[in-house]
Design a protein around this ligand. Sequence first.
Ligand SMILES: Cc1ncc(COP(=O)(O)O)c(C=O)c1O
Length: 399
Amino acid sequence: MSEDLLEIAKRRLYPNYKPTAFVPVRGEGCVLFDAKGQRWLDLCAGVAVSAVGHAHPKLVAAIEEQAGRVMHVSNYFYNEPNIRLADELCKRTGYSRAFFCNSGTEANEALLKLARRHYYAKGEKNRLRVIAFDNAFHGRTLGALSMTGTPKYREGYGDLGPVTHVPYGDLDAVGKNLNADVAAIIVEPVQGEGGVLPAPRGFLADLRALATQNGSLLLIDEVQTGIGRVGKFLGHEGETKADAIALAKGLGGGFPIGAMLTTEELAGALPPGTHGSTFGGNALACAAALAVLKILDEENLVEGARLKGEALGRMLDATAKELPNVCEGARGAGLLRGLVLKKGFIAREILPKIFDAGVLLTAAGENVLRFSPPLVVTEAELADGVKLVRGVLSELKTA
Ligand SMILES: Cc1ncc(COP(=O)(O)O)c(C=O)c1O
């Protein structure tokens, strides 16, 4: 990155992030290049976003084609990609209705508003509380943040509304907090930001049963786990069914789009005027998402994520075994995997060394190196990346 550009960035960008001094100017599949042509293996995919890799020709063509016709008309009118995407997502998931927005946070904000308005309309005006989980991540707007389970993210923002956080996986704690004021339980099938922690077996189905018993909704946040990331189209597929779910990240393959999918029973919860978005579901974003879904099918990427994910899991297990002084173990599902470091190692502090070795990763929680590569990654690329990371870890002084 040139000194000039870095100087402008430091002076002009709002300093709420701490980015690495790296400006990728071009990408191809799982590789990103800087202006000098130096290459990095991207095993983070912009935090589990670039599902079909960088510059996939079919995604690029779909965006170009739609941009050349019509990008945006607002929700005062229909647009064809929006209708087709709603239909496509509902057919793939078994949900019945789609609301589109622009991010994961917004999708979760919609879930929260949906739950509260649903009971408001039924005359249960005090059913406002949500049960969420410690270390959950649902986003940063005040509503979504109220459900996010990391206290430091909520600190300083005042009273964010009635949300009770309980330990992830602790069914008894959920049961103890389920009262007549609980509108919904919200859960991630794998806690992504919280440390790539999969839900215990049967947990989602048990939550479904508890929610139903209590007359509450079950909301599933599939922002990080959805769109094939964990080796099936949705993380909760085959385990249970929610009342509504949130999608984003991989859905647009890098083009910003989020979605809430609901059952037909909830179609009346947010009537016209109760929720909306200027950009949400615009023609360009929906055309991008439709192209992503088509590419997933054509390249068999969801099944691929399962198989390559298993291979990655084995590589990370082997790494953990080889470096027992640095690594605690490995966990995750599909192509969302974490290498858990021993207490005393801070994942974020190791990322610059991994970057210098030519690999892009992110941290999840305090001590987990997160692997969330594009779903088009090859097993050879995974092996290269893990080898480079292992090299970095083997040089670390033990804590
Ligand atoms: C599970 C989950 N929900 C919500 C969000 C927030 O999504 P966004 O950053 O697109 O607003 C994230 C982002 O990491 C996430 O992992």
